[in-house]
Design a protein around this ligand. Structure first.
Ligand SMILES: Cc1cc2nc3c(=O)[nH]c(=O)nc-3n(C[C@H](O)[C@H](O)[C@H](O)COP(=O)(O)OP(=O)(O)OC[C@H]3O[C@@H](n4cnc5c(N)ncnc54)[C@H](O)[C@@H]3O)c2cc1C
Length: 471
């Protein structure tokens, strides 16, 4: 394998959002930086492709990007200069119920609270201080160490966030539908709603909806990866795709190596020279349930019974708090749930570049046991059809990716786990190991920067940024 140089100041392995962020940050500090990617395109979890039919652009993994839009690091980069455009759906999120009704999160906190009837006041009071200070809150929450710059705000957040999602929803809200809306948000944690700190995910996703919105990238999430790559190249960085690193011998010599991979993959790379003690710690890193992902090319928009769903970018299909809770618990405990909780996005409603004129795309996933080969697409379609009769008749083509296919698409999705490892209280800040600088391995010039490090899963690039900043 030939590279432009035989020696670099830094080499980054893996061009997901964290690898790209690490490479950009390192290039600001050092002269020669190489970014190496196993697949033919950069992006990792921010790739898009014509998965179904020509002219239909699907987000292969991430689709809805509030974390990217609010990322303090991405904001510095002025990515619009490299072609990045955000598009906001009319309504960030809708949560339908069987009878044609739906609750939704509007951009406006007030408008959302007004929908919640007797729960509106509690909802407003719970979120207002965080929505008003969302930039300060997010910059503290999305940080490696719990050393907040805004301790009073963080203490206030912590009091609610550390509770279980179920307990917070039941204590704050009387209405079954409001509780379900909150449960659908908290379920993104992919851990049972009775576990401590699951409330944090529910609160944060609501704060993001009201503070910045839940946008998609015009033309597909791939455009975000391309903008990051263009930013890196413009600063003089070098990118090599199609190079799967199996051993240190596959890479040129460098002063430091930063890996955008998860612990299990790092352990398979030959010649790292990491200690037995560190190896043992990494091998105890815990992965979570997987996802099964489905995409559709559609002859028209999904004919939801509930009007709000026809205008929403994201739709949560899960029913009540109890039903969502049972679905998450099943996946967590290794059972396939017959009525899974489904996260669905309909990007083409607000971004017409995703499909030919008059046609549409839809994207969805549900949680499944770790490593499950099961194709849940028929079950997901059944769920949608019940809430949107006529959906199936619109399907022109479909693509299914069970958890095992997800891992083949991207080695970082071990067993289909899209968060780079369980994000429970125990493993939130101690990812991949408990340390003041968790990006460092036992080998002095080898670092790790994937979502298996703080602040964890999602497209924000902050794992890569904080890892590289500390070198
Ligand atoms: C179905 C699905 C839906 C999601 N939805 C959202 C969403 O809507 N919003 C959101 O914020 N997040 C979402 N996510 C999560 C998000 O995609 C990830 O958290 C994020 O991409 C993690 O970034 P990363 O850089 O750590 O790793 P990745 O994006 O996984 O990138 C890792 C890169 O490293 C490369 N690599 C791995 N091993 C090697 C090797 N040995 N040699 C060379 N290269 C290697 C891989 O090919 C890959 O390109 C979703 C994920 C999935 C799968």
């Amino acid at each position: 394998m030939s590279f432009e140089r035989d020696h670099y100041d830094a080499v980054v392995v893996g061009a997901g959002p964290n690898g790209l962020a690490a490479a950009i940050t390192l290039k600001r500090k050092f002269r020669s930086v190489l970014l190496v990617e196993a697949k033919e395109t950069v992006g990792g979890g921010t790739r898009s492709a014509e998965l179904t039919l020509p002219g239909f652009i699907h987000d292969v993994c991430s689709a809805v990007q509030p974390l990217a839009l609010s990322s303090p690091f991405f904001r510095q980069l002025e990515l619009h200069r490299y072609g990045l455009e955000w598009i906001h759906p009319e309504i960030p999120l809708a949560h339908p119920f069987g009878d044609g009704e739906a609750l939704c999160l509007h951009r406006s906190l007030e408008a959302t609270a007004d929908l919640l009837g007797p729960d509106g006041r509690a909802y407003r009071e719970m979120l207002q201080p965080f929505v008003e200070n969302h930039e300060r809150l997010l910059s503290d929450v999305l940080k490696p160490l719990p050393l907040p710059e805004n301790p009073i705000l963080m203490a206030r957040f912590g009091l609610k966030a550390l509770r279980t999602a179920r307990n917070l929803a039941e204590a704050k809200f009387r209405g079954a539908q409001t509780r379900a809306l909150f449960a659908g948000l908290a379920a993104h944690a992919m851990i049972p709603l009775e576990k401590p700190a699951t409330a944090a995910f529910g609160i944060l996703l609501a704060v993001l909806a009201h503070g910045v919105g839940w946008p998609v990238v015009k033309g597909g999430s791939q455009k975000l990866a391309e903008a990051l790559a263009a930013c890196f190249r413009e600063s003089g960085g070098e990118i090599r795709t199609g190079v799967e690193v199996r051993a240190m011998g596959d890479l040129p010599r460098a002063e430091r190596y930063v890996f955008d991979v998860t612990p299990r993959q790092l352990l398979t790379i030959e010649g790292l020279g990491i200690s037995e003690g560190y190896r043992a710690k990494l091998s105890r890193f815990r992965y979570g349930p997987g996802v099964c992902k489905s995409d559709w090319a559609l002859a028209g928009p999904i004919p939801w019974k509930a009007d709000a769903c026809r205008r929403a970018g994201t739709v949560h299909l899960g029913g009540s708090l109890e039903e969502i809770g049972a679905a998450i618990r099943d996946a967590h405990e290794g059972r396939t749930c017959p009525a899974p909780y489904v996260v669905l996005a309909q990007q083409s409603l607000c971004d017409p570049t995703r499909a030919p004129a008059g046609r549409h795309t839809a994207w969805a996933y549900c949680h499944v046991p770790h490593g499950s080969p099961e194709d849940m697409t028929p079950v997901i379609e059944e769920r949608i059809e019940r809430l949107a009769p006529g959906f199936r008749a619109l399907i022109l083509a479909r693509s299914s990716m069970p958890a095992t296919a997800m891992e083949r698409h991207n080695a970082n999705y071990v067993g289909g786990d899209i968060n780079g490892g369980v994000q429970d209280l125990r493993q939130l800040y101690s990812r991949p190991v408990l340390s003041l600088f968790p990006y460092r391995t036992s080998q002095k010039n080898i670092y790790i920067c994937s979502s298996s490090t703080p602040p964890g899963g999602g497209v924000h690039g902050l794992c890569g940024y904080y890892a590289a900043r500390g070198l």
